[in-house]
Design a protein around this ligand. Structure first.
Ligand code: AAL
Length: 442
């Protein structure tokens, strides 16, 4: 028999193998002797509770305080994303310059899935944001200029049928006559509401724009456009004084919460680049009151959000110090990073059946639609829509989505934005001659 008493092992009637095991345990530090100098190594099997009987490095403190000892496989906020082409709203090979982008949340109505998105179909390609003076009624400046809100339906989420325009631009001379883009959907009180960026007269420098809305009694329309903004740009100097982008409505705590990406007019270094705020209203038409905590994220672009348990989860991509993290706010306002993710979907719209349930028991998400830039950008092809699948739902166990799926190939390392340009090579060679001191002898 083996008894541990007063931090010593006492063997009574011990067999040889028990004695050997006891010595091994002592050597491995399984049981500390008071006079032992060497602390046992940190165990490979992570204790689920933060150890209090030993010093912890800053990194191991964080593992318990900020992340989870269950690591990626046991983290409900961690996922890999797997992508599939879709039919009907994927890459467009037509004569026109066509872009389908910014898919909304996906709704399931009866057996049919619905999605709304930005669609531009123009004779000419966009001329680019630095050539505003070259834009006209037929020549777009950016990919989401001269666009309308279209919609598509599907029986399985992979094969879609474009149904046409849901909300067209307003007649010339009216609010919203230039472009409607980046829509998202709300269902409230049996009615459907589409929120979108609403450009009037001309696309504005720095993409400054406000958000408007259209409503319908059916997902198939007809839609009635509001002739005014519902979420307005902030006052001069404010973090959202230029752009209210990517409106994203949810029903939460009995109200309509429209999250949005804001940006300031002044783009000088040191100014906030991109962040997320929220505007809250009692009814879909507003008035919307911006949270006094805005911005509620310090990072992110085209942020996707979903109810999770009693709070709101969000995928922050692309911009800012907390890019490519999944975050959680138990109150919808105070977000904390919960997982790092890779190759996140861009402008994602999830299938999120409880987006408007407001029942304090968000179940999470498993799939959605997002957009990608075609292999050869700046050709006639604009962006197009793809499907992503993931493991962020409390209702489906998908261990294969909790590992890591990324091995970058040469096309990624040497893509134009990543490959070192000739100009920089010259500059670096010049700098290097002055900067690189010999490794030995300095
Ligand atoms: C995107 C989005 C909005 C902007 C533009 C198109 O990344 O944030 O939709 O207006 O860029």
């Amino acid at each position: 028999m083996l008894i541990v008493y007063n931090e010593s092992i006492i063997l009574i009637d011990a067999a040889r193998h028990q004695i050997r095991a006891a010595i091994r345990a002592l050597r491995m530090g399984g049981i500390m002797k008071p006079d032992s100098k060497q602390r046992p190594a940190f165990p490979g099997r992570l204790p689920l509770e933060k150890p209090t009987d030993r010093p912890l490095s800053a990194a191991m403190q964080r593992l318990y305080d900020m992340w989870t000892p269950l690591q990626d496989p046991g983290n409900p906020f961690y996922t890999v994303f797997k992508y599939s082409p879709v039919t009907g709203i994927g890459l467009d090979e037509s004569e026109l310059s066509v872009s389908r982008r910014d898919p909304s949340k996906v709704l399931k109505i009866g057996d049919t899935y619905y999605v709304w998105y930005t669609r531009r179909a123009t004779k000419h390609m966009p001329v680019g944001r630095f050539n505003i003076d070259q834009g006209d009624d037929e020549t777009p400046i950016v990919d989401w200029d001269l666009a309308d809100i279209c919609y598509a339906t599907s029986n399985d989420g992979f094969n879609w049928v474009e149904q046409g325009v849901a909300v067209p631009r307003a007649p010339k001379g009216n609010y919203g006559d230039r472009s409607l883009s980046t829509p998202d959907i709300l269902v409230h009180g049996g009615r459907y509401y589409l929120y979108y960026q609403c450009f009037t007269t001309m696309w504005r420098q720095n993409d400054c724009v406000n958000v408007s809305m259209a409503w319908s009694d059916s997902p198939d329309g007809p839609w009635t456009r509001l002739e005014r903004p519902v979420v307005e740009q902030g006052a001069e100097g404010a973090w959202d004084s230029c752009a209210i982008h990517d409106p994203y409505p949810l029903v939460y705590q009995g109200k309509i919460w429209v999250y949005y990406k804001g940006s300031p007019q002044d783009k000088s270094p040191g100014n906030l680049l991109r962040a997320q705020g929220v505007a809250i209203a009692d009814s879909p038409e507003g008035p919307y009151i911006k949270s006094e905590l805005n911005p509620v994220t310090n990072s992110g672009h085209e942020t996707m959000l979903w109810p999770y348990e009693e709070g709101i989860a969000a995928l922050l991509i692309q911009d800012g110090p907390e890019k490519d993290t999944i975050q959680y706010a138990p109150d919808g306002l105070n977000f904390v990073p919960k997982a790092h993710v890779q190759l996140s979907p861009h402008a994602p719209g999830p299938f999120c059946p409880d987006a408007f349930a407001d029942n304090g028991d968000g179940r999470g998400i498993n799939w959605g639609l997002s957009h990608i830039i075609p292999q050869t950008p700046n050709t006639n092809n604009g962006l197009y829509i793809v499907r992503f699948d993931c493991a962020l739902s409390r209702d489906a166990a998908r261990p294969e989505f909790k590992g890591s799926n990324l091995h970058w190939h040469e096309a990624s390392w040497f893509q134009p934005a990543v490959r070192l340009s000739e100009e920089w090579r010259e500059r670096i060679l010049a700098e290097q001659a002055a900067l690189d001191r010999p490794t030995i002898g300095t």
